[in-house]
Design a protein around this ligand. Sequence first.
Ligand code: DC
Length: 216
Amino acid sequence: MIVTIDGPAGTGKSTVARRASEILGFQFLDTGAMYRTVAHLVLESGHDPQDARAAAEAARSIDMSFDGLRCFACGSEVTQLIRSELVTESASIVAQHADVREALVSEQRRLAACSNIVCEGRDQGTIVFPNAECKFFLTADPAIRAERRMKELVEDGVTVDFETLLRQIEERDRRDAERPIAPLKPADDALIIDTGPLSQEEVTEQIVDRVRSRMA
Ligand code: DC
């Protein structure tokens, strides 16, 4: 069974999707990590994320693998490298290139073949796995997402301005939602969950319960 969990950043999507996959005993695919890795490879090779050709080349050579929380590209660990603010910004730029998306979508389908898996991203239910058996789309008000992100950064010892963070989130949302290819939107058959008033445990529970009822 394929379970898709899509939605913008800061909805708790990654944590919830990973936790749900553990409870269900499913594999887990973090597709955002793949776009981040492409951005990291582009920056590392001295190119601009706007450079569609360099980004497509990186996407085609990515050879991504995962081991629990750790991510590897061509055998080298990138787990920490892909979480910087620069990579976060650049990932949303490389994600706009059609050739990048094409390469990563086929890699995602290959990684998800013949297993029970939870796939997390922006386009998993709409483009990558339109026939997935169980689809979710998580949302939350941008201010709530900015607050959550601020808390994470403060815990990591990083000082940030709330208004700047909110603006960055709104700008990334706009880029993800308005891009012509695979824009961020819920699949028609996705269950939309507003995570604003819910704890991560409550969101996870809703997902697990629904998947189990589909499997019964
Ligand atoms: O979920 P994340 O923050 O790790 O994603 C990083 C970037 O990749 C984000 O700007 C959106 C993009 N992305 C995408 O376009 N499609 C996906 N399936 C996953 C992520």
